[in-house]
Design a protein around this ligand. Sequence first.
Ligand code: 2P0
Length: 325
Amino acid sequence: MKASAKANANIALIKYWGKKDKTLNIPFNSSLSVTLDKLFTITSVEFNKDLSNDIFVINDSIQSDSEHSKLSLFLDLVRNRAGINFKAKVISENNFPTASGLASSSSGFAALALAATKAAGLNLSPKELSILARKGSGSASRSVYGGFVMWEKGEAGVDESSFATQLFDENYWPEFKVVVVILQNEKKDTSSRDGMNNTVATSPFYNVWLATIDEDLKNLRNALKNKRFSALGETAELNCLKMHATMLTAKPSLVYWNSQTVELMKLISKWRAENLEVYFTIDAGPQVKILCLDKDLIRLQKKLSELKFIQNIIVCSAGSGAKLI
Ligand code: 2P0
């Protein structure tokens, strides 16, 4: 009753921000992401009749009570489905900073969903895995798949209605790159979950955000289909700024950026004016993800190497979906 899985993190080009069903973790809007090849989680799960409690060791540290209960509830979904009641030992490692806006919950719950179901003797289809992973963390529904992935919003109260599907696999657009720029490694103060719930409840812009999603999705899908990079970058950057506008206008205001995030955002528009085709997207943390094509990568890396405030740079291509190892 033991299995291990590896899942890559994903970065949304059209963001998920807000739940219309908090119990089933069903979002207000559909989202679209790219799975990244260089940011991943490896998780092993062992169900064992001799254990009296679940044990979670993440990045070599035993989890706190609050994190522990969230993970145990997720394992209960697997135990119920498999008809077992054994407790489990879960060991999980990220190869990148956890909970700092680098989508660790996307790879974390996708790897956990796959390893735990396999260890429990279940063989779920990718769609079933996506539905299960979604209930751990919304963005994890997308990390079940590689390449470019769409998560359908579905309907509140209907568990099977909200899942991800692959639009294009990881080999579709080899020139497409996401340069992950790490500005700060510390854990964030406000979790995505708390941040999005408060944004939905208090931002006067939240409905405006929702009203523009379908158009952003249409534009992004068209840009992807025709490999039109500038249209993709413009749409992704605008969508990111609209999501952050809802957070900035929440009560209390939620600002995941730091001063270096803003400095880099400004530099990216300046570089664009100098014919370097680069766009940014930013999630619930200070890190900046720069979208570019291979043709501009060396010039971009040279510019980034001159910025002393950057801690680390990870150049990613589209990566594969979750798999057993
Ligand atoms: C996304 N984010 O689409 C958006 C953009 C952050 C900003 O999905 O509450 O950890 O576990 O479903 O998936 C982060 O939220 O939230 C996220 P829960 P999750 O990637």
